[in-house]
Design a binder for this molecule. Structure first.
Ligand code: ZN
Length: 634
C-alpha cells in the first residue's frame, strides 16, 4: 500500500463518472475541506487488513506530527503498477478508514471507482508532503513473521518437529490438539505460544513490554527524542553491557567458528545493480540519503562485494567472515517497541562461503549447535524455541537432516513451508525467545542462501584450476542484534520476577558486580576501600558507596540496581575478620540471606560466578558520590 500524504490548507473534489463495476456510492457529506491531512492511497496486490493497519498508523503519525485532526482518504491508482483487485481495494480502504478513526481522528473517505477531479492547496512546510510505503507482509529483513495474517498468506503448510525429531503436521484449525503442544513442560509451553503467535497472531498488546521499564531503571538504554524514532541512546552501563556482548560474540562465537573479522561502510550506492536487487528483495524500508545513497539494512551489501574481490581457492573454504554491523531499517513508527524493533541496531553477522552442499550442511550444523549453546547459556535459558522457514521442495530434500538436527539440539521446532522461493534463502532457522507477555522475538538465525553467490559473481578456484561460482552462502547472526539480545535478557529477568525471584542480569554482564558499603563514614572507609581495591585488581566491577546516607537507604539502593553481591563492613565485621554478604540471584524477592564470608570465600564465590566469561572494567566511577544520575527512574 502506498500513500502520498499532504497537509493542506484546502482540498476539494468532485466525482465525474463511474469507472468500474465496483464503484462505490458517493457518500453524503462535505467534499471541501480546510486544514486537513489528505492521503492519496493506492492499494496494491497482497494488501490486507495488516497493511491497512500499518498505513493507518503512518497516517496518524503524520497527523500528530503536524498537529492536524482531520484526514481525507482519497483512492488514487497512480502510485503503483501492481494494483489490488477492486473488491480487495475497497475492503482495504474501509479497514484503513476504520483504523485511522480509531486513532481518534476525524475521517472522510472519497468514493472508490470514480473518475474525480480535485483542487488542492498544499501547505508550505517541510512535513507537508510525504510518501509512505507499506510492503505486504511487512519488513522481512529480520526474517520474522509478524502476525498470524502473514503466516497465512506466505505459508501453506505447517509442521511441528518435537525435540526427538518426530514430525506432526498441523493446520491453523487443529494445531491446539497436536501432541507436542500439549506436553505441559516449560519448553513445550513456549512452543505452543510461538505457534499461536505465528498462526493466530500475538496476544493483544496491553502495557509496554517489561524491558522498556528495566532498560531505563538500570540506566542502560533510553529513547533519544532529538534523533529519529527507533534510535536509542546508551548510558555508560548500557555501553558496557554492549561491549561485553560483543566480546563474547567475537571471541567465543565468531572466532571459535573460524571467521575473519572485517568492517565495511555503512552507506551504499543504489545505482549499483546488485545492491538495488538485494535491497528490493529484503523488502526493506530504505533509509535513503541524498544523491542515490542508502544506509545498509544488514552487512550483506558490504560483505558480498568484499568477498567478490577476494581471491580464494577450494582449499581455503569454507571461507568465513564476521562483522559487527551497524544497520538501519526504516521500520514503521507503530511497530517500534522498546528494544524489540528499532531503526538503528548492531548485528553480529557471519557469512560462510561454501563449495558444495556437504560442506554447507556441516557448517549449518556447527552454527546451529553454537547458537543453541548461546541461547541456553547466555540469552534465554529455557525460554526459547526453534522456528524454521522452508521452501517446500527443499524441505522434502532436507527433511531427515533437519529432523536429526532438531533432535541433536533437543529443542522442539515449528516449521512453515512456502511453495516458492520469495527471498534469497531456501530455508532458515530462527531462535525465538519467548517473553512473559506472550510475545516472541527472533534472536539468532542461520540462513541457507542459494542466490547471492551467483548474483554477486562470487567465485573460487576449484581443484582443476577452473573458476566456479560459490553455490551456497550461509548467513548467520549469533546475537541477532545487541538490542534484541538486551530485550531478551531483560525479559528473562521479567520471567524471574514473575515467578517470585529477584530479577537479575547474568553476573558477567552486571555493570556493577559487587557493591561495598561501609557502615559509618569515615570510620569504615579504610577497610571498605581496601576490599574494593583488591576485587578491582582481580578484574571484578566494584562500587563503593561513600555517600552520607543511612545504611538501610544505601542497601535498598544497591538492591534496586540489581547488584549481585552487596558487602557490608562495620565494627562487627572488622572485629570478626569477615564480611556480611547479601547475594541476589536465585533468592525469592525480599528473602535474600546475609552470609558471613571470609575474604577467600568471597573471592572464590565471585570467581565461580564469573566462570570464563569476558571481563571489562566499570564504565562509571567507583565511588557512588561521583556518579551522576541519568534517568531518575528507580
Ligand atoms: Zn547476510
Amino acid at each position: 500500500m502506498r500513500a502520498l500524504i499532504w497537509h493542506v490548507d484546502e482540498f476539494s473534489y468532485w466525482p465525474v463518472g463511474r469507472e468500474s463495476e465496483a464503484a462505490e456510492e458517493v457518500p453524503e457529506g462535505p467534499r471541501e475541506f480546510a486544514d486537513s491531512i489528505v492521503a492519496l492511497v493506492s492499494v496494491e496486490e497482497g494488501d490486507g487488513p495488516a497493511e491497512a493497519e500499518r498505513m493507518a498508523s503512518e497516517i496518524a503519525g503524520v497527523a500528530r506530527q503536524v498537529g492536524c485532526g482531520r484526514v481525507v482518504i482519497y483512492p488514487y491508482a497512480h502510485l503503483s503498477s501492481s494494483l489490488a483487485r477492486p473488491r480487495e481495494a475497497v475492503s482495504a480502504l474501509e479497514e484503513l478508514s476504520r483504523r485511522v478513526s480509531s486513532e481518534g481522528l476525524e475521517v472522510h473517505r472519497a468514493p472508490f471507482g470514480w473518475t474525480k477531479g480535485f483542487r488542492v492547496r498544499v501547505k508550505a512546510h517541510p512535513l507537508a508532503e510525504q510518501l509512505k510505503v507499506v510492503e505486504p507482509g511487512g519488513a522481512r529483513g529480520g526474517g520474522e513473521a509478524r502476525a498470524g495474517g502473514e503466516a497465512k498468506e506466505k505459508f501453506h503448510r505447517f509442521i511441528v518437529i518435537d525435540d526427538d525429531g518426530t514430525e506432526y503436521e498441523v493446520t491453523r484449525e487443529d494445531w491446539r490438539s497436536s501432541p507436542p503442544l500439549n506436553k505441559g513442560d516449560r519448553r513445550h509451553r513456549m512452543l505452543a505460544e510461538f505457534v499461536r503467535n505465528e498462526l493466530e497472531g500475538r496476544p493483544p498488546g496491553g502495557s509496554a513490554p517489561r524491558h522498556v521499564y528495566y532498560m531505563r531503571k538500570l540506566e542502560l538504554v533510553d529513547y533519544a527524542p532529538e534523533s529519529d524514532v527507533g534510535h536509542m541512546k546508551w548510558y555508560p552501563n548500557g555501553v558496557l553491557v554492549r561491549d561485553l556482548i560483543l566480546d563474547y560474540a567475537y571471541f567465543r562465537v565468531a572466532r571459535q567458528w573460524g571467521a575473519m573479522k572485517i568492517q565495511n561502510p555503512l552507506v551504499y550506492r543504489t545505482d549499483v545493480e546488485s545492491i538495488r536487487m538485494l535491497q528490493g528483495e529484503f523488502h526493506e524500508r530504505d533509509y535513503s540519503l541524498d544523491e542515490g545513497l542508502v544506509l545498509r539494512f544488514a552487512s550483506d551489501p558490504g560483505a558480498f562485494p568484499f568477498v567478490q574481490r577476494t581471491m580464494f581457492t577450494y582449499r581455503q573454504m569454507p571461507l568465513k567472515v564476521y562483522e559487527e554491523a551497524n544497520c538501519f531499517r526504516k521500520e514503521q513508527r507503530g511497530e517500534l517497541t522498546g528494544l524489540m524493533r528499532v531503526r538503528w541496531f548492531l548485528m553480529t553477522d557471519h557469512h560462510a562461503f561454501l563449495r558444495d552442499e556437504e560442506q554447507a550442511r556441516a557448517e549449518y550444523r556447527k552454527l546451529s549447535l553454537l547458537f543453541k549453546q548461546l541461547m541456553d547459556d547466555v540469552i534465554s535459558g529455557e525460554h526459547w524455541v526453534l522456528g524454521f522457514e522452508f521452501v517446500e521442495e527443499y524441505y522434502e530434500r532436507f527433511r531427515d537432516y533437519i529432523r536429526s538436527l532438531v533432535a541433536e539440539m533437543g529443542v522442539p521446532a515449528f516449521v512453515k513451508l512456502m511453495r516458492e522461493m520469495s527471498h534469497y534463502y531456501a530455508f532458515k532457522s530462527e531462535y525465538q525467545a519467548i517473553f512473559p507477555d506472550g510475545n516472541n522475538l527472533q534472536i539468532s538465525t542461520v540462513q541457507w542462501d542459494v542466490k547471492n553467490g551467483e548474483r554477486f559473481r562470487i567465485r573460487y578456484i576449484a581443484e582443476d584450476g577452473s573458476e566456479r561460482p560459490v553455490p551456497i552462502i550461509l548467513h548467520a547472526s549469533s546475537f541477532g542484534s545487541i538490542e534484541r539480545t538486551l530485550a531478551a535478557l531483560l525479559e528473562g529477568a521479567a520471567w524471574q520476577e514473575r515467578e517470585g525471584y529477584n530479577p537479575v542480569l547474568p553476573f558477567w554482564l552486571s555493570p556493577e558486580q559487587v557493591r561495598v558499603i561501609p557502615v559509618r563514614i569515615p570510620d569504615h572507609m579504610g577497610p571498605a576501600s581496601e576490599l574494593a581495591d583488591e576485587l578491582e585488581g582481580r578484574g571484578f566491577r566494584v562500587g563503593l558507596d561513600d555517600r552520607d546516607l543511612t545504611l538501610s537507604k544505601r542497601v535498598r539502593d544497591a538492591k534496586s540496581r540489581w547488584i549481585p553481591y552487596i558487602v557490608v563492613i562495620g565494627d562487627e565485621e572488622v572485629r570478626g575478620g569477615f564480611y556480611s554478604v547479601t547475594p541476589r540471584e536465585g533468592h525469592r524477592i525480599g528473602e535474600e540471606p546475609t552470609l558471613r564470608m571470609s575474604r577467600e570465600e568471597l573471592l572464590a564465590e565471585l570467581e565461580r560466578k564469573q566462570g570464563g566469561m569476558p571481563r571489562r572494567p566499570m564504565y562509571v566511577p567507583r565511588e557512588l558520590s561521583l556518579r551522576p544520575t541519568f534517568t531518575g527512574v528507580s
